[in-house]
Design a protein around this ligand. Structure first.
Ligand SMILES: Cc1cc2nc3c(=O)[nH]c(=O)nc-3n(C[C@H](O)[C@H](O)[C@H](O)COP(=O)(O)OP(=O)(O)OC[C@H]3O[C@@H](n4cnc5c(N)ncnc54)[C@H](O)[C@@H]3O)c2cc1C
Length: 420
């Protein structure tokens, strides 16, 4: 039977189910941080997430290493809400990191110890980093509690599928769920979907990267008393190992993470290959004889997809460069003694006045993305976007028109580290 290429949908009136000052779409690291930051500035905030947990890749994706909160020279450069996350996890005995006295240390034994925890990467000569290993289930619990305590209105199980515009503003975001299509009205919207779904729907320009998928998994019952068997990473639970499975050497095909057919391929093929890897580890690798699979990333782990082409595209040559409108700083997880200052313009789209981006989809080039996609950096850009969105509404101006010095003052007051 020949099928037509398109169908026409009838025009539809969509119910507006809520209104808020700041609407944060996507509950990963950046979205969690943006929502809490905006709420603490006094804004009425709704945080919408398509799944039923917060953290995105940092919890459901089993990417359970904060790399890194330092500059690779022993100095902390990401603080604020990311540090508060560490404190909250610490209070539940749910994370592990080198003590401050060891940051920047070059002692070989210490470095080997932390390498086994997945906290040292890149090439020698190495130093001890301020990086953190944590438990993903505890992350989810901490995040739910944190959001509730702060007074953020949390909405799970809604998938952003459209935006409504009025001139250069987004007035509503439309969500699809089992309840049908519903809209939420907002004063400002922060795109923390990782894939930049909102700025794409709003018609903003972006770059799209195709990547080799990953699928991290964990096994328990591992005898890890001697070394890191099978290239595994220690976790905070005795006998449980993290296996960072994936990349070009494992799976040759690149995928476009905004294409559901590519994602379907990655789900099926990566899970099949992970099963083979589990069998290989158990039958061939000493230490894994009695090991068993406990969990696999809930979705393919996607390093990169859409990146906003915003008011400034932070580029590789900007390493260590100062920016007058700096709103966050990040180190590099494979490099020592260097930082990127992230300018506010890297969170701002070119046209839409009340939209900001945060997390792994901000306006940077492919190289800089290696640094800005990391969880601490996502927390930092999320926090800046949240504070800026709330301040812009309180002062009745577009985020782009905010006085940078005032934004920086508010961020410092909230505990964010920024250069003098
Ligand atoms: C293989 C791999 C290894 C990595 N290793 C590390 C590491 O060791 N340390 C480190 O710090 N970082 C690492 N990273 C980077 C880091 O994990 C991510 O870049 C970071 O967690 C991204 O955070 P985010 O909030 O920007 O996006 P995400 O975590 O992707 O969160 C986006 C959220 O938005 C939701 N969402 C998406 N679309 C919609 C929609 N339309 N409607 C509603 N909700 C939506 C998603 O469900 C998700 O919860 C790694 C990444 C990968 C893939």
């Amino acid at each position: 039977m020949a099928t037509p290429n398109t169908v026409e949908l009838p025009a539809e009136r969509v119910p507006v189910i809520a209104a808020c000052d700041v609407l944060v779409v996507g509950g990963g690291s950046a979205g969690l941080s943006a929502a809490i930051a905006a709420r603490r500035q006094g804004a009425d905030v709704i945080l919408v997430e398509r799944y039923g947990y917060l953290g995105g890749l940092a919890s459901g994706g089993l990417i359970v290493l904060l790399l890194t909160l330092d500059d690779g020279a022993g100095n902390q450069v990401v603080a604020g809400l990311c540090q508060e996350l560490v404190d909250r996890l610490q209070a539940r005995d749910a994370c592990f990191h080198p003590p401050k006295t060891e940051w920047g240390d070059t002692d070989d034994e210490l470095i080997e110890r932390y390498r086994r925890w997945g906290l040292v990467w890149g090439s020698a000569p190495h130093k001890v980093r301020y990086s953190v290993a944590y438990d993903p289930e505890e992350f989810k619990l901490v995040a739910n509690t944190w959001v509730a305590e702060t007074g953020v209105r949390l909405m799970y199980h809604r998938w952003a599928s459209d935006v409504v515009r009025d001139g250069d503003r987004v007035t509503h975001v439309v969500f699809t769920s089992k309840a049908g299509r519903q809209a939420i009205a907002c004063g400002a919207v922060i795109d923390t979907t990782g894939d930049g779904d909102i700025f794409a729907l709003a018609g903003e320009p972006f770059e799209l990267e195709e990547i080799h998928p990953w699928l991290w998994f964990r096994m328990a019952g591992v005898d890890d008393s001697e070394s890191a068997p099978g290239g595994s990473i220690r976790t905070i639970r005795p006998g449980q190992a993290l296996l960072p499975w994936g990349a070009a050497e494992r799976i040759s095909r690149r995928i476009d993470a905004t294409n559901p057919d590519d994602l379907t391929f990655a789900e099926v093929e990566c899970r099949r290959m992970v099963m083979e890897e589990v069998d290989r580890l158990r039958s061939q690798v000493p230490g894994f004889e009695n090991a068993y699979l406990t969990d696999v990333s809930l979705t393919p782990d996607v390093t990169e997809s859409r990146r906003l082409t915003g008011r400034y595209v932070l580029a590789r040559d900007d390493m260590d460069a100062p920016f007058e409108d700096v709103i966050a700083v990040t180190g590099h997880w494979t490099k020592y003694d260097c930082t990127y200052q992230i300018p506010f313009r890297s969170l701002l789209p070119q046209r839409t006045a009340n939209l900001l981006a945060a997390g792994r989809c901000i306006s940077v080039d492919h190289r800089v993305h290696h640094a800005t996609k990391e969880i601490p950096a996502c927390f930092a850009t999320g926090e800046a976007a949240g504070v800026a969105a709330a301040m812009s509404l309180a002062s009745n101006q577009a985020p782009a028109d905010l006085a940078t010095a005032e934004l920086q003052r508010a961020l410092r007051k909230a505990g964010v580290w920024l250069p003098k």
